[in-house]
Design a protein around this ligand. Structure first.
Ligand code: UT7
Length: 331
């Protein structure tokens, strides 16, 4: 049975830091080249923070833009959910830092960790509160500072990621609008293929964990690649079938941006052409929890989303986590 949530997105905004790291810049840092990165991943450049800026700052910038755009007073916000695997620190939660900077005095909030599926998970969690009617305005943010956990000597990972954040406002929805269905799942046996071992309670930070390079992203790329293609395609089909819809009914798919080849392979399995798929990986790379809301921002800017459109958000990330949300665009 579809998992409908009577909550709708009423605004979207994104933020990437001004500093751009191009493939040419990376050529000077590690044994790689622009041609390899472009043809194997689709990425041309990514934005990264300067020292002193972290996930909470990008999240706050995105949220401020969103509040201005939707003419929302910070005091109207009831709840803030932040998806991130790169919080400023273990605690307090990034949501608390954002709440303070926004002056969202009435809001409670918390962080959620589901890596690249983080925004899809946070969207449905936040939507439960808006859908229940107990929370009238919910802020859902995906923000990741991947540059803070990359080893810029590891060409297999450092070229793939960038920093960025996106935010949406959720409000209660009427019949036929908002979240039509979602499906998330976890295959915890995939945890070994994409992880950061150091700094947690298992391997608390020490000189040894630093020397062993445990505070950076470790990834078995080909394994993640195969899983992502298979599950993004399977989950998309599952959500459509469960709702008696076909790919033709979709106005737009906004997929997680990890690798252009993953997106194109998913498309091939689904039989969907480029006009129905949002791609912006060339400019931002993989911003983890930021990709889906940044994708929505670009879709709106390009005039590819209008009221009543059926949109599918789809992501796979570390865990493995898989997240899919089918929604009827509300404005
Ligand atoms: O959101 C979830 C997060 N992550 C992902 O979704 C990533 C999923 N995986 C991928 O996107 C791809 O597996 C990668 C982009 C990471 C790697 O692409 P691949 O086509 O699977 O390459 P590979 O790992 O099989 O490596 C092929 C070759 C290797 O050289 P040899 O052994 O054939 O000589 C690598 O050392 O490419 C080499 N290589 C590079 N060469 C230049 C790997 N990274 C680079 C690089 N520049 N940056």
């Amino acid at each position: 049975m579809p998992h409908r949530i009577p909550a709708k997105i009423t605004g979207v905004a994104g933020y990437v830091p001004p500093k751009v790291l191009t493939n040419a810049d990376l050529e000077k840092m590690v044994d790689t080249n622009d041609e390899w990165i472009r043809t194997r991943t689709g990425i041309r450049e990514r934005h990264i923070v300067e020292n002193g800026m972290a996930s909470s700052h990008m999240a706050t910038e995105a949220a401020k833009l969103l509040l201005a755009q939707t003419r929302t007073n910070p005091s109207e916000i009831d709840l803030i959910v932040v998806a991130s695997v790169t919080p400023d620190m273990f605690f307090p939660a990034t949501a608390c830092l954002v709440q303070d900077r926004l002056g969202a005095k009435r809001a409670w909030g918390f962080d959620l960790s589901a890596a690249c599926s983080g925004f899809a998970y946070a969207l449905t969690v936040g939507a439960q509160f808006a859908g229940a009617g107990t929370h009238k305005k919910v802020l859902v943010i995906g923000s990741d500072t991947m540059s803070s956990i990359l080893d810029y000597k590891d060409r297999g990972t450092c070229v793939l990621f960038g920093d960025g954040a996106g935010a949406v406002l959720l409000e209660p929805a009427g019949e036929g609008e908002g979240i039509i269905d979602f499906h998330h799942d976890v295959d915890g046996s995939g945890g070994q293929h994409l992880y950061m071992p150091g700094g947690g309670s298992l391997n608390p930070s020490s000189l040894e964990t630093v020397q062993k390079n445990m505070h950076v992203v470790h990834q078995d790329g080909p394994n993640v690649f195969k899983y992502a293609v298979r599950r993004m395609a399977e989950l998309s089909c599952h959500l459509l079938e469960r709702n008696g819809l076909s790919i033709r009914d979709l106005a737009l798919i906004v997929p997680h941006q990890a690798n252009l080849r993953i997106i194109r392979a998913m498309q091939e399995r689904l039989g969907v052409d480029d006009s129905k798929v949002l791609v912006n990986i060339e400019r931002y790379a993989n911003t983890t929890a930021g990709t889906l809301p940044l994708g929505l921002c670009d879709a709106l800017a390009q005039g590819r989303l209008k009221k009543g459109d059926l949109v599918l958000l789809i992501a796979v990330g570390a865990g493995f986590t898989t997240g899919g949300v089918l929604l009827r665009w509300a404005y």
